[in-house]
Design a protein around this ligand. Structure first.
Ligand code: COA
Length: 177
C-alpha cells in the first residue's frame, strides 16, 4: 500500500466512488451534512479533478496499482499557523477493518510532518465513527475535545469529536509498533 499523487487513469475509479449517492462510505464520512449538498459538492469535485493538476494536500491510497481511497489535509486558518486537519476515506467497505486505514494514516501523518511546518495535527469526526477514532488513538492521537450531541446522524444526536497530535509526540514510522 502506498500514498501517491493522482494520475489521469485514476479518474474513472475516483469518479465512480465519489458520485455514487448510495456508497456505504457516505454513512460514515460526515453523515450529518445534508445529503443533497454532499452529492452536489462531490459531483463538482469529481468534475474539477479531471481538469486540475494534482493537489499536494491530497493523495490517493494505492493498493497494487488500484485506487482504494484518498487522504487529504487542510490548514486551519491562519495560514502558517501550524495547525493541519487531516482526512481519510477508503471507498469500499470490503477494505475496512483490515488495518489499511491505520497504515495509510501513519504514512499521511509522516508525509504531512515532512512536507509542512505543522506543529499540531487533528482529525475531526463524530462519536459514532469508532474505526476513525480508534485508528487515530492507535497512532498516538489524543481526544482533544467533544462537543456533546452536536451532530445529528440518522435521527440520533452524537458528539462532534476532535483528536490531536503534537509534532514532538510522533515517534516516526519506525518508532511505531
Ligand atoms: C475510518 C477508516 C479510514 C478506518 O480505516 P480502516 O482500515 O477501516 O481501520 P483499521 O482496520 O485500520 O482499524 C482502525 C481501528 O478500528 C477498529 N475497528 C475495525 N472495525 C471496527 C468496527 N466494525 N467497529 C469498531 N471498531 C472497528 C480496529 O480494531 C482498529 O482499532 P484498534 O487499533 O484499537 O484495534 C475507514 O474505515 C473508512 O474510510 N471509513 C469510511 C470513511 C470514513 O469514515 N472516513 C473518516 C471520516 S472522519
Amino acid at each position: 500500500m502506498s500514498l501517491r499523487g493522482r494520475r489521469p487513469r485514476d479518474l474513472p475509479v475516483l469518479t465512480r466512488w465519489l458520485t455514487d449517492p448510495d456508497a456505504a462510505w457516505r454513512a460514515w464520512d460526515a453523515p450529518y451534512l445534508p445529503e443533497w449538498d454532499t452529492t452536489a459538492n462531490l459531483q463538482r469535485y469529481a468534475q474539477a479533478l479531471a481538469s486540475s493538476p494534482p493537489n499536494p494536500n491530497e493523495r490517493v491510497i494505492d493498493v497494487g496499482g488500484v485506487v482504494v481511497g484518498m487522504v487529504n489535509r487542510a490548514e486551519e486558518d491562519p495560514a502558517d499557523g501550524g495547525w493541519w486537519d487531516l482526512g481519510i476515506l477508503i471507498y469500499d467497505p470490503a477494505h475496512w477493518g483490515r488495518g489499511l486505514g491505520s497504515r495509510a494514516l501513519a504514512l499521511w501523518v509522516q508525509a504531512t510532518l515532512d512536507e509542512t511546518d505543522a506543529h499540531v495535527l487533528t482529525f475531526s469526526t463524530w462519536g459514532g465513527n469508532d474505526r476513525m477514532i480508534r485508528a487515530a488513538l492507535r497512532l498516538g492521537f489524543r481526544e482533544a475535545g467533544r462537543v456533546r450531541e452536536a451532530r445529528v446522524v440518522r435521527g440520533e444526536r452524537l458528539d462532534a469529536v476532535r483528536l490531536d497530535l503534537l509534532r514532538r509526540e510522533w515517534p516516526g514510522l519506525d518508532g511505531r509498533a
